[in-house]
Design a protein around this ligand. Structure first.
Ligand code: MG
Length: 407
């Protein structure tokens, strides 16, 4: 089989409301580039990558000239072609590699009439548990959705999400308000849902000392882990020395070389695998096996994916023996998806693993065109500027918090 075409389409899909985080704001939408890899046998595989917009499309147009004629079954050759590990220069290609790998696995699965999980070790679980992904967020007046700023609003939002999706693990995105306020918010959630599990992620914007202080305050909570409280391997190591709570990361251990460093001199206890960041589903399987060997925890990171990448996460999570945590997804924050049948559904905090051949998702052409048109109108955003605080920018350590009384 041969690749005969690679077609990128960038889409902009609306969120329920603009999400706030330590670097600013997700502007009420996620921009993703969908990739269709076409073969000479007429089988089309799907991939997805985040953020880049026109830049991502340009990368895929260049890759097309390079990969025409490549056999999609030859995945290791593909890896060397796109991001040769002997040349670290090419590591910035990992996400494009990932999108093409998703599509090739989708093609192989369709050709062999097997779901992707059967190509990576088989399915250990039929449904995957997800954490709620709680954000402080601005209101969406058009849809009548209230802001989430006060602790009362946050608890109400969490209860509504729990009723709608059945979550039993809750993740709070922090780094928006002063740590003292976010501590009160986190404690209020833990008090409201005492049977549930919790995790908090300020996107590495606290100082080491603030991180240690925060960790001490939450030791009695049923924490899965404290995610990226501060930045850098050494900063994380300093926090880790002073807390009993496992530390997780999706920032300082995102390559195999960093993983080796973390085995030799641990900075994080739980590695959050991302099918895009690591260069594909198979790279995450390899990383998970290393974590298994050295007794590091794993979970799965969310980078604001639509249904195609979500499917890669479901197949991955289905096949990992050492996955003990609920995985992350922003997915419930999205209003729609580009896959046929619309958004996948949460039931009891879980999403079913697709059993159809390949990734088990197909494009809805009408939705793809609608959201591609929205992207053409709105354009990409490279930086998450906060629309209500246009002069605000992240500082490290971040001590320029929003005032919860005002905004
Ligand atoms: Mg994170």
């Amino acid at each position: 089989m041969k690749i005969v075409d690679i077609i990128p389409t960038t889409v902009s899909v609306p969120l329920e409301a603009p999400l706030r985080h330590s670097n600013g704001e997700h502007w009420g939408r996620f921009v993703r580039t969908i990739v269709e890899v076409v073969t000479d046998e007429g089988i089309v595989g799907l991939g997805e990558v985040g953020g880049g917009g026109e830049g991502a499309e340009l990368q895929f147009k260049r890759l097309k000239d390079y990969l025409i004629g490549h056999d999609p079954f030859q995945l290791e050759a593909l890896r060397y072609k796109i991001c040769n590990p002997t040349a670290s220069l090419y590591n910035n290609r990992l996400q494009y590699m990932a999108a093409i790998e998703f599509a090739c696995l989708d093609i192989i699965g369709q050709k062999l009439n097997q779901p992707v999980y059967n190509l990576i070790g088989g399915k250990l679980r039929d449904k995957i548990s997800f954490a709620s992904y709680l954000f402080f967020r601005y209101e969406n007046q058009e849809l009548g959705i209230e802001e989430v700023r006060t602790i009362e609003q946050l608890v109400r939002h969490t209860r509504a999400l729990k009723e709608r999706c059945g979550f039993r693990t809750h993740k709070l995105k922090a780094g928006v308000f002063p740590p003292e306020y976010e501590l009160d918010a986190y404690k209020a959630l833990a008090a409201e849902f005492p049977q549930d599990h919790f995790r908090i992620d300020p996107n590495a914007c606290w100082s080491v000392e603030d991180s240690i202080w925060f960790a001490k305050q939450i030791e009695s909570i049923r924490n899965d882990y404290l995610e990226d409280p501060t930045w850098g391997l050494n900063g994380m190591r300093r926090v880790r020395e002073k807390t009993t709570i496992p530390l997780a990361t999706n920032t300082v251990v995102v390559t195999f070389e960093q993983l080796a460093q973390n085995v030799l001199n641990p900075a994080a206890d739980v590695i959050l695998l991302d099918t895009c960041f690591w260069g594909g589903i198979r790279a995450c399987v390899k990383a998970a096996a290393i974590c298994d060997t050295f007794q590091l925890g794993i979970s799965v990171h969310s980078s604001g994916e639509l249904g195609i990448q979500l499917s890669t996460m479901l197949h991955l999570a289905a096949a990992l023996p050492n996955l003990t945590f609920a995985i992350d997804a922003h997915y419930h924050q999205l209003l729609d998806d580009v896959i046929a049948g619309g958004k996948m559904e949460y039931k009891d905090g879980q999403i079913a693993v697709p059993d159809e051949p390949g990734l088990g998702v197909k494009l809805d052409r009408d939705r793809l065109q609608e959201y591609a048109e929205q992207f053409r109108r709105q354009g990409a955003y490279c930086y998450d500027r906060d629309s209500r605080r246009p002069d605000w920018y992240p500082l490290l350590p971040n001590d320029r918090w929003a005032d919860p009384e005002v905004q």
